[in-house]
Design a protein around this ligand. Structure first.
Ligand code: MG
Length: 285
């Protein structure tokens, strides 16, 4: 069962989301060669606590930090460490979750540090645009699988693969709620498909790989890396399905400059509902 959230609950999630954004923004400002991933995490945790939020990742199944910091071939769940320092040209993904007044927000941004190679920038840009394309589908009456298809289609068209082992998720009073939000479509995804309804809140999080989709977990039991050790990018927004379309509750794109895209996210959303969504709604009515 997918819980539908009231306007009041969604506003609370927006409050948690704003703390996520502020923590990401503070971390973004210190992302320079030489900084340790531990220092980044401390900044994030202090930013959350200063705003009376609860860092959701800390203690989650024993995770030791407030944020996941994943560099280069690390896909997600990188553990911040004192001896892991950011270097020029690294691709650093920061993932932060917060609960405030009982409700959660979750978002991730991937930053190139200093001068990034053209291929690195292309991977990140494709991941942001895949996220944007996915969010553009989040209208009442659209299918959940349209979100998945948008990410997969966009990634493939740009020559990248999508990670299947980890998926987006519903979010509300808990970090991970129903449903799963995969970044691909297969028979099982279609079997579990559902129609989006106002009040559904989803964490949409494409993970795109430069090489193959396969990932492996390192010996620390957390850090996930690409099996071929090629680069991976990860962007995430917490998004409510509103009566009049998607409402982004973690609007990091409004204040954080990743240096990756000239315009703001909303490439697709600014154009309104895509034709395929209208068709989707006609099918279901
Ligand atoms: Mg998430």
């Amino acid at each position: 069962m997918v819980t539908l959230r009231s306007r009041r609950e969604i506003d609370r999630m927006r409050g948690a989301g704003s703390i996520v954004v502020e923590a990401l923004a503070e971390a973004a400002r210190m992302l320079k060669p030489g900084v340790s991933t531990y220092e980044i995490d401390r900044t994030i945790e202090k930013a959350i606590e200063k705003r009376r939020g609860e860092p959701l990742f800390k203690g989650y199944r024993g995770f030791p930090a407030a944020s996941c910091v994943s560099i280069n071939e690390e896909v997600v769940h990188g553990i911040p460490r004192r001896d892991r320092r950011v270097a020029e040209g690294d691709l650093v993904s920061l993932d932060v979750g917060v609960r405030r007044r009982g409700y959660c927000g979750d978002a991730a941004v991937t930053f190139p540090v200093g001068a990034a190679a053209a291929g690195t920038r292309a991977l990140c840009a494709a991941c942001i645009e895949a996220l944007d394309a996915a969010i553009a589908n989040m209208w009442p009456g659209a299918r959940l699988s349209e979100i998945s298809a948008a990410v997969e289609g966009y990634a493939r068209a740009r020559g990248f693969s999508v990670v299947k082992r980890f998926v987006g998720h519903g979010i509300g009073t808990e970090l991970h709620e129903a449903p799963h939000v995969p970044n691909y479509v297969d028979e099982e995804v279609l079997r579990n498909d559902l129609l989006l309804r106002p009040g559904m809140v989803l964490a949409v999080e494409p993970m795109l790989n430069e090489g193959a989709e396969e990932v492996v977990e390192l010996g620390d039991r957390w850090t996930v890396v690409t099996a071929d050790r090629k680069l991976s990018a990860h962007f995430e927004h917490t998004v409510a399905v509103g009566p009049d379309g998607p409402e982004i509750l973690t609007p990091w794109h409004e204040t954080i400059d990743t240096g990756l895209f000239s315009g703001k996210i909303g490439l697709f959303m600014n154009r309104g509902r895509l034709t395929s969504h209208a068709e989707g709604r006609a099918d279901s009515s």
